[in-house]
Structures are given as C-alpha cells and as structure tokens.
Design a protein around this ligand. Structure first.
Ligand code: GYE
Length: 314
C-alpha cells in the first residue's frame, strides 16, 4: 500500500499542465479584462496550473519573467509582448529548454518563426482600416460638412511606441485614408494606451491646433476617454466639434457614446482566456496548432450603443 501511494503522487502531479503567462501590465480597461479572462479561465480548468506575472509595461520585466518560467521548467509559456522587437534571445532560450511559446494578443518581430508555436489575437491592421472606413463613410453626416471641398484635420493618439497594435493600427488607418485625401493627419503622438497620457497628449494637440481639429483617431478607448476630458476642459464638445473614433469597445466607450461624446468604437476582444487554454491543452495532447488564430470582431457606432451596452462582457 505504501509503495502504491508513493507511486500515485508523482503521477497525479504530472496531470497538471503548468503554464507561465507574462502579462504586459494593467494599462487599460482592455488589459484588465484580458487578465481577468485568462486567470478566471485557468481557475475553471482543474488540469491547468497558471503562473501569472505582471510586467508593469516593461519589456525587461517580461524577459525576466520568461527566464523564471524556463528555470522553473513550466510546460508552456504564453505572453503578450509589450513591443515587437528584442525577443529573439529569450525565445531561443525557451526553445533550447524545449518549452513551447504561445503569443497572446500581440505579435513579435523575429526572423525565426519557429521560436513560437502560435499567435492568437486580433487583426490590428484591419481594426485601423475599420476605423478609417467608418470615418470616411460617416464624417459628412456627423459634421454636416462637405468633405470633398474641405480639409479635415485629424489628430491621432498612438498606442505604446513599438507595440504591434500601435504599428498596425496606424498602418491600417493610413491605408484606407490614402483614398480620402481631404483627411489630413496633422498630429500623431503616443499616449501609451493610458487615459492619463491620452488626456495629456490631447491637451498638447489642442494647445497647438485648437478648434482646427476636426477628428480624433485614438488607438484605444482609454486614450479617447482621457482625450474627451481634455476636449471638454478646452471648451469644445467631444463627439460634435471633434468626431472621435477609437478601438477596443470596452464598456467605458459605450458609456461615452451614450452621452454623445464618442462617435464609434471598433471592437478588439480581450477575452482570450478560453482559446488560450484550449490551445495549451491541444498542444499538450500532441495536436498541431494553426500558426495564426484570429479573433472575430465588429464595429459599434453611437446609434447602437444603448442597445449593445447590456451585452458587453468587458
Ligand atoms: O487595444 C489596448 C491595450 O494589445 C490589443 O493593448 C491590445 C491593446 C489594447 O492596452 O487597450
């Protein structure tokens, strides 16, 4: 009996899949919802043990966390890379240790794509395109202007410098805007995906350009919400004097739309927990994962905000 018990313990311990997750931080409502999706999903699965680490938006902390996971011999490493570049050495260390890596939410820029098994998350270029398309199709109606004769001045609040969503959302937006030369991006600066920075940078934009600004394109809702405050303090009406489109579709954006202060939000879902742990389990069961898993998302203009708010999960 004693021998049997001795044998049973390691067999049981082996049943748990240990996953190390390195999160960027808690910079936005999106990120908070993403963390909650991951931790709550892990808690639901008795076969998963999650080691969660918060990098406070610093790449060096993420690299440290990943090295710790390697040292602990976790089964799978997943992370949301704060910026695109600079990961090759640590990813090589994981590969040498035989630990598969899943990219969650954001992509890395590395020559060798065998350093990670799959990248799951949104198509950020498409989100940029959707923002621009919505703007081109709705600006006239909202501003009561003839966009073919006027110059329309756009200011852009970019996400974290060097991050996949900031790079891609800018690219997608510009790609569509090329077809609408009346729209001119007169200012573009990073607000680091936070409310406080979004407000601060919008204040600077307003100081420099004032009422010349027709449109704000923000790479996330939090920066737009910060900017809305700056616009009101400046004495202009957000959503009327300045047309605003942003990305994520967090609850705060729906609330701002219901108040008439935001015009449109393009969805980017943070609810990646279930698909992350499905992928982990598939991987451990020996299945081959698709190299890219794209999230399905929509666009929500102000007109549908009140109806949609009760359905929002983040
Ligand atoms: O849009 C922003 C967050 O990587 C998609 O990060 C994510 C972005 C999201 O801080 O709010």
């Amino acid at each position: 009996l004693a021998v049997g018990m001795f044998l049973a313990a390691p067999a049981l311990a082996k049943d748990k899949i240990v996953v190390g997750f390195s999160q960027i931080g808690a910079e936005s409502a999106w990120r908070v919802a993403n963390t909650e999706s991951i931790t709550s999903e892990a808690a639901k699965r008795p076969n998963i043990e999650l080691k969660f680490s918060d990098a406070q938006q610093k790449q060096e902390n993420q690299i440290k966390a990943i090295r710790n996971f390697i040292a602990q011999g976790v089964d799978v490493i997943a992370f949301s890379p704060v910026v695109e570049t600079g990961w090759t050495p640590v990813l090589k260390e994981a590969k040498r240790a035989g630990i598969p890596v899943i990219l969650s939410d954001r992509a890395v820029d590395t020559e060798d794509d065998t350093l990670w098994v799959t990248f799951m998350g949104s198509d950020f270029v498409e989100e940029g395109r959707r923002s621009a398309k919505w703007l081109a199709e709705n600006y006239d109606r909202l501003k009561n202007a003839d966009k073919s004769s006027d110059v329309i001045n756009v200011v852009e609040l970019q996400g974290t410098v060097g991050s996949a969503p900031a790079i891609d959302r800018k690219t997608g937006f510009e790609e569509v805007m090329k077809n609408y030369p009346q729209f001119k991006v007169i200012k573009s600066q990073s607000g680091d995906f936070t409310r406080s920075k979004g407000k601060e940078v919008m204040e600077a934009f307003l100081k420099a350009e004032g009422a010349k600004i027709d449109v704000l394109y923000a790479h996330n809702d939090d920066m737009a919400i910060g900017a809305i405050q700056a616009i009101e303090e400046f004495g202009l009406k957000p959503g009327k004097d300045i047309i605003i489109v942003s990305i994520d579709a967090v609850r705060g954006a729906f609330e701002a739309m219901i108040e008439g202060k935001l015009n449109c939000t393009v969805e980017c879902s943070p609810l990646l927990g279930p698909q992350l742990f499905d992928a982990v389990e598939d991987l451990m069961a020996g299945k081959t994962l698709p190299k890219r898993i794209v999230t399905n998302e929509g666009v929500f203009p102000q007109e549908v905000a009140a109806k949609e708010l009760p359905n929002r999960k983040y």
